[in-house]
Design a protein around this ligand. Structure first.
Ligand SMILES: Cc1ncc(COP(=O)(O)O)c(C=O)c1O
Length: 362
């Protein structure tokens, strides 16, 4: 068995935050005073909200007001706030499968039933738009759009978003837009924010955003919701109960990111693209179908031919090859394997070598 364990199971980028963000946070810590005490006594939450407004206008073409921005320590907290602001036990949500495991965990915890539209390899993980309406019920209170999607990388088209948006308007339900991978799109695919397509959609869309992926700031815990008027009171209440506020020096780092030149983000995007181009092709050539994903940074391959199921596949892979990947059954697709491309190409090469050896030994 190879000696060194390779871990590719979490979406935690192998990079530090941009230097200008680190400098700004350090400045805040060293200055101390209001920078290191309760954040709401400072101007930084307001400056942060304005920076978010300018950023969303620049990158998503959507115009918000600073009062729509609700920061939280990490988008996982922001996610809970958004979901709990519009849904309660017994409600139903329209979503797509395979899905991000973190979404399901919250819905399960809340007692919300998920009605899933399948995304299939045959259609490159895009939905059949004519099928979406079949998954709306009398109890549907929201649709969740993870765009670009984890784990399939789907970058939803304007037509697909409009199909869901029109259903939301016709049946009067909310739209939940988890857009934390918006910068990571490839091959000319274009990120479109559902809220930017019509004012009617915008009025009912809660946006969920994070610094974790775009700026490799998973450990800084910085995220936010963008909440329309209609849901703000409830979202604020839930935030005050369960969502920790980001630290002031972290707000300062976040502002530096959003006001930066985005060279850093473009370099990360190109790096993930390089990894994708190598890894997906190599795994596909092993005989496990692995599409060139359109967005985010997860390879997603079909190992159902082994008959092992995701958990058993990964258990044996770890035991024989010292390689840890993430199981597709956590994302609603048993027999599939997810590989966050959070290591450089030489490590991915070694991972492919081990997958090949594993396959030969089955
Ligand atoms: C789609 C999606 N939303 C939200 C999160 C949570 O990110 P964080 O809490 O680090 O901001 C993740 C993390 O992997 C994710 O993939």
């Amino acid at each position: 068995m190879p000696k060194e364990l390779i871990v590719l199971n979490a979406g935690d980028p192998d990079a530090e935050a941009p230097q200008y963000a680190i400098n700004e946070a350090l400045k805040g810590i060293i200055e101390g005073g209001k920078n290191t005490h309760y954040p709401h006594y400072t101007e930084y939450p307001d400056q942060f909200a304005q920076a978010v407004v300018d950023y969303y206008k620049r990158f998503a073409g959507v115009e918000y007001k600073p009062e729509n921005v609700l920061p939280a320590a990490g988008s996982s907290a922001a996610l809970y706030v958004a979901l709990a602001a519009v849904l309660k036990e017994g409600d139903e949500v329209l979503m797509f499968t395979p899905y991000y495991a973190g979404h399901k965990t919250i819905f399960d915890g809340m007692g919300v039933k998920m009605n899933m539209v399948p995304l299939k390899a045959e259609t490159n993980y895009h939905p059949d738009v004519d099928e979406i309406a079949e998954h709306v019920t009398k109890k549907t209170r929201a649709a969740l759009l993870c765009n670009p999607a984890n784990p399939t990388g789907t970058v939803f088209t304007a037509e697909e978003l409009r199909t869901v948006g029109d259903l939301a308007v016709d049946h009067d339900f909310a739209l939940l837009g988890d857009e934390i991978y918006l910068h990571y799109v490839y091959d000319g695919h274009k990120f479109v924010s559902v809220a930017g397509l019509s004012d009617e959609y915008k009025k009912r869309t809660l946006g969920i955003m994070s610094f974790s992926k775009s700026f490799s700031m998973t450990g800084w815990r910085l995220g936010y919701d963008i909440v329309p008027e209609k849901y703000m009171q409830r979202a604020r209440l839930i935030t005050s109960l369960v969502a920790p506020r980001p630290a002031t020096f972290v707000f300062r780092a976040g502002i530096a990111c959003l006001r930066g030149d985005f060279q850093y983000v473009e370099e990360r995007r190109k790096e993930y693209e390089r990894r994708r181009n190598y890894f997906c092709k190599a795994v596909d050539e092993l005989g496990w179908p692995c599409h060139l994903f359109e967005g985010a940074f997860y390879a997603w391959f079909d190992a159902r031919d082994t008959g092992l199921g995701s958990q058993e596949f990964l258990k044996r892979l770890r035991e024989s090859q010292n390689l840890a990947l993430s199981p597709g059954n956590n994302f609603g697709a048993d027999g599939f394997i997810r590989v966050p491309l959070t290591q450089p190409v030489p490590v991915l090469r070694e991972a492919v070598k081990r997958l090949k050896a594993f396959k030969a030994g089955l």
